[in-house]
Design a protein around this ligand. Structure first.
Ligand code: 13P
Ligand code: SF4
Length: 348
């Protein structure tokens, strides 16, 4: 992706894509900020990676690459720039640092966390491993480096099923998203248990389970309900509903398609339905609508990710100017986490 460096060129691009949804004066201000960022990016030999959830004006003006967690991990690993600015949340910037440790990796806001990453600690993983010795640990990329370091392999929403299948073991520990785990269990035909939900529950070898989950949830995707789907279908019977696999298994089952953020974008691009509704962070609906003006995107926009929303053009400019907030990972932890992330990248 080539990013423009003059205010006029950026303003023109943003107007073409967003004039129906964003007021003109806002586009003008954002184009000025973006031009400053893109100039500085060249001067500092930096690359900007932007997650699909970034707000539309940022999404379409400053990232050299946009994508889902898997695609951006690959871009981070391949980058030969001195600075990687990650317009996404902290665990994503950490993954970039794990894969490309000699580069300076910056995340524009220190507040950009994630409810899934916050739901589990490295000690929790050690305890799970002690309880289920020898069972491989599959860890969702939405976790911090010390948790990845305790894991055998990572996965993203784009490759979770392939990663679990690749292990060819009877049992796996799959952490920390209970809904993603349940959705993977359904797709792979495995039975799942959540031992920590009832710490007093005793486990015997004859208990029939193949996946061991953890009760973490995405605070955005857990809010979508089957009732939302029923109501939308009542009003728009021809709607195609796409659900991120962090939604509950019931919501995924009631939807027409489930996949990573990029898989959802591609689905809309390749099909021709009268209406679409994506059950995911709302900004992505705006980004997809801008790129597909001939398609009708419905929105359930009361649900935003408070962490992704922290990343603004203003903060990104400041991050580049001051070279803040730098991701620092203990080298021992990074090396162990690298093994888990690298194994995942080999699989798909
Ligand atoms: P993707 O990997 O599908 O982009 O998802 C990341 C995420 O945080 C979803 O909430
Ligand atoms: Fe984390 Fe959910 Fe936000 Fe994604 S949408 S960053 S999983 S809190």
């Amino acid at each position: 992706m080539i990013t423009e460096t003059t205010t006029e060129a950026i303003y023109e691009k943003l107007t073409g894509l967003l004039s129906k949804t964003v007021p003109d004066f806002e586009l003008r201000i954002k184009a000025e900020l973006a031009a400053e960022i893109n100039q500085l990016k060249l001067e500092k030999n930096a690359v900007i990676l932007g997650h699909n959830y970034m707000e539309p004006a940022l999404f379409y003006s400053i990232p050299d690459y946009v994508g889902d967690s898997l695609e951006l991990s690959r871009k981070a690993a391949q980058s030969n720039k001195d600075i990687i600015v990650f317009c996404g949340v902290k665990f994503m910037a950490e993954t970039a640092k794990i894969l490309n440790p000699t580069k300076k990796v910056l995340v524009p806001s220190e507040k950009a966390g994630c409810s899934l990453a916050a739901s589990i600690t490295a000690q929790d993983v050690r305890e799970l491993k002690a309880k289920f010795p020898g069972v491989p640990v599959v860890t969702y990329i939405n976790t911090y480096a010390d948790v990845k370091a305790e894991s055998d392999i990572c996965c993203t929403s784009g490759n979770a099923v392939e990663v679990v299948k690749s292990l060819k073991t009877d049992r796996v520990i799959f952490i920390p998203d209970e809904y993603l785990a349940a959705n993977v269990a359904r797709e792979t035909g495995k039975q799942i248990i959540y031992p920590t939900r009832d710490p007093l529950r005793r486990f015997t070898e004859d208990l029939d389970y193949q996946m061991i989950g953890w009760p973490g949830r995405c605070e955005v995707h857990e809010k979508f309900t089957v009732e939302d789907i029923v109501n939308v279908r009542k009003q728009f019977p021809d709607v195609i509903i796409l659900a991120h696999p962090e939604c509950s298994p019931e919501v995924v089952a009631a939807s027409d398609f489930s996949g990573s953020t990029t898989a959802m974008i591609k689905y809309v691009e390749k099909t021709n339905a009268p209406h679409y509704l994506m059950l995911t962070e709302c900004s992505m609906g705006d980004n997809v609508a801008a790129a597909n003006p001939d398609k009708e995107m419905l929105r359930l926009c009361s649900i935003r990710c408070p962490h992704m929303n922290q990343i603004t053009l203003e903060d990104t400019l400041e991050a580049l100017q001051k070279e803040q907030f730098e991701i620092v990972i203990d080298e021992e932890i990074r090396k162990k986490a690298y093994v888990a992330v690298e194994r995942m990248l080999h699989i798909g």
